[in-house]
Design a protein around this ligand. Structure first.
Ligand code: TRP
Ligand code: SF4
Length: 399
């Protein structure tokens, strides 16, 4: 498994807003410096719910990548790609569908939830039921150890783990598995081989998790063992077959605290967003229209910041001095809401200004964006081709 690899995707919903920035992108910015990061636009996923809507997918894909870059995702550090440019995802999805029980997909919470929520759409489709499996294919293709996701996606990562386990169980059993595994242990050097055998025994006989972790770590250190043998030995420790598709772990992103203009979570479907591309005047107008504590009808009515969505923005953007000024001015009816909103307006404008300059630069060079997508997708495809070769080999599709 690529312990050091992170993979995450976003549906191409077009322009991003502050909720995406604070909830997802800032997290990606940190991850890209620490991990071998793969970030992709999940364009096929858009069809699982929007198959009959006329959306300009190309514009949406480009706008989203521009926003990622403008926020600081670095194409020289992270691999940025588009799902449909790596058609191997479709092949893996198909092959995984053969071993995935229907009931596993039917019990994914988003299946029923979304059908209830999006009542005007007919989501009784094969594609919609299968979309978490497409997501599994996205992840398993890169053997990513970690998948940064929000709470709503954790069930999909769980499904991915089960799908991988089942696949490895069914197709990881080579006829000469034991012989090959033993031969690989022989290549470890006497001392290490002995240690490996005793750790394996400890895990298998007593379920000692510490022994499991130690044995896995020992494998990671091996220099002269092929990738294929490492995968065999990883399975050999656990008493399964060869591990072709390693199980990923979800890296839970803290719930984004980014409140929208009405105090609910910022989301396109609530119409309470500030887009990364909103001009200064638009930001000002939107914040000025924000509702405040309903008890403050006149300037002389004291208010309570805890009942005010503007306060939630102060909690994100203002230092303690400004926050003290707000509490004092609000609860003692010393200042009006228009005045209170000023520092928030300024802070958002300042936060977005450099990003908007970057957006303008990238927009002026559409060929560069296309090239970044092309190069990232080529690189991703190289990894995908290798995985698919192993998958086909293990299933006997080698003719
Ligand atoms: N389903 C995810 C969402 O709606 C997007 C996605 C698709 C994804 N494939 C992925 C996220 C793989 C992480 C890993 O947000
Ligand atoms: Fe909200 Fe500020 Fe008005 Fe108080 S003064 S109600 S915190 S906007």
């Amino acid at each position: 498994m690529q312990d050091n690899r992170v993979l995450s995707g976003m549906r191409p919903t077009g322009q991003l807003h502050l909720g995406h920035y604070h909830g997802v992108l800032k997290n990606w910015l940190e991850l890209q410096n620490e991990y071998d990061s793969y970030f992709f636009v999940a364009d096929w996923h858009a069809f699982t719910t929007h198959y009959s809507d006329k959306i300009d997918l190309e514009a949406n894909v480009i706008e989203m990548v521009v926003d990622w870059l403008a926020a600081g995702i670095n194409p020289n550090t992270a691999t940025i790609f588009v799902q449909s440019k790596v058609p191997e995802h479709a092949e893996l999805h198909l092959l995984l569908s053969m071993t995935t029980p229907l009931s596993w997909l039917e019990r994914v919470p988003s299946y029923k939830d979304q059908q209830l929520k999006l009542k005007t759409k007919d989501l009784g489709t094969y594609g919609f039921l299968g979309y978490p499996l497409l997501q599994s294919a996205d992840i398993l293709m890169y053997k990513a150890g970690l998948v940064p996701v929000g709470e709503d996606q954790v069930a999909h990562i769980e499904l991915t783990r089960e799908v991988a386990r089942r696949f490895n169980h069914i197709y990881g059993r080579e006829v000469d598995f034991e012989e090959k595994a033993e031969a690989a242990i022989g290549k470890m050097g006497k001392k290490q081989a002995k240690l490996f055998r005793s750790l394996r025994k400890a895990y298998q006989e007593t379920g000692d998790d510490e022994a499991l972790v130690k044995a896995q770590a020992l494998l990671q250190e091996q220099q002269n063992i092929t990738l294929g043998d490492l995968e065999r030995l990883a399975g050999y420790i656990e008493g399964t077959g060869k591990i072709i598709l390693p199980e990923p772990v979800s890296l839970l992103t803290k719930a984004s605290k980014m409140p929208g203009l009405d105090g609910q979570k910022m989301s396109k479907s609530y119409g309470n967003t500030i887009s990364l591309r909103d001009k200064s005047e638009e930001i000002e107008a939107k914040v000025r229209r924000m509702p405040t504590d309903p008890a403050r009808i006149k300037l002389t009515d004291a208010g309570d910041p805890n009942k005010c969505p503007v306060w939630q923005l102060h909690e994100i953007y203002s230092d303690s001095q400004t926050r003290d000024w707000v509490v004092d001015g609000c609860t003692k009816a010393k200042m009006g809401c228009v005045e209170c909103k000023q520092p928030v307006i300024k802070a958002i404008q300042l936060e977005l200004m450099p990003m908007q300059e970057n957006i303008a630069k990238y927009q002026a060079d559409p060929d560069l964006i296309k090239q970044i997508i092309h190069e990232g997708s080529q690189k991703a495809r190289g990894v995908a081709k290798e995985t698919m070769k192993e998958v086909r080999d293990s299933m006997g599709i080698t003719y």
